[in-house]
Design a protein around this ligand. Structure first.
Ligand SMILES: [Zn+2]
Length: 185
């Protein structure tokens, strides 16, 4: 039976913990976290996402381009999904058994995009509550999303190498980069 929101060594998941999946994800997420500062130098937001196929081949990798593209929904996940769909020439990625790896937990909007794409698994670094605390971004409301994704057969593993990811976010804020977000009253 599917276990919902299990926790193992700080990592949270919506399925039975699979160490091989986590070890693979750890390498990719650490790599992405290390690359964030290079992208930030070119004006990107502090988030990266990469999509891999089931054999571990890279399909697409994108940064957050909200500022450079003047586009509020150009988050790393959405850019990476766009690129993968363009590459395969389809709006339905389900047949390719793809996984998405993200430096931070997907926001409310990106969860929707992932759900619509047919991607089969989500792996992320820093949890939304930590992203919000560090950056002041509003990641949205995502009630029971681990369970909701499990119901749809989408695996989720999160809080992978969070300290490393938090460092990149703190540096982004500390260096005075643009905190792009809508003004609220
Ligand atoms: Zn997002």
């Amino acid at each position: 039976m599917t276990q919902i929101m299990t926790e193992y060594k700080g990592i949270i998941t919506n399925e039975e913990f699979d160490a091989d999946k986590v070890n693979f994800a750890r390498k990719i997420i650490l790599g992405l976290q290390n690359e964030v500062s290079e992208y930030v130098k070119n004006g990107s937001g502090p988030f990266l996402a990469a999509i891999y196929d089931e054999n571990g081949n890279l399909v697409s990798k994108c940064e957050n381009t909200v500022v450079n593209d003047n586009c509020s929904h150009c988050h790393a996940e959405i850019n990476a999904i766009n690129k993968a769909e363009e590459k395969f020439g389809t709006y339905d990625l389900s047949q390719y058994n793809l996984n998405i790896y993200v430096t931070s937990e997907p926001c409310m909007m990106c969860l929707g995009a992932i759900l619509w794409s047919g991607i089969k698994a989500v792996y992320f670094g820093v949890k939304s509550e930590d992203v919000e605390e560090i950056t002041g971004y509003d990641e949205g409301f995502k009630p029971n999303w681990f369970e909701e994704f499990a119901k749809r057969g989408i695996s989720v593993y999160g809080n992978i190498e969070p300290e490393h990811g938090k460092k990149a976010l703190k540096k982004y804020v500390h260096d005075g980069n643009i905190l792009y977000k809508p003004l609220r009253k």
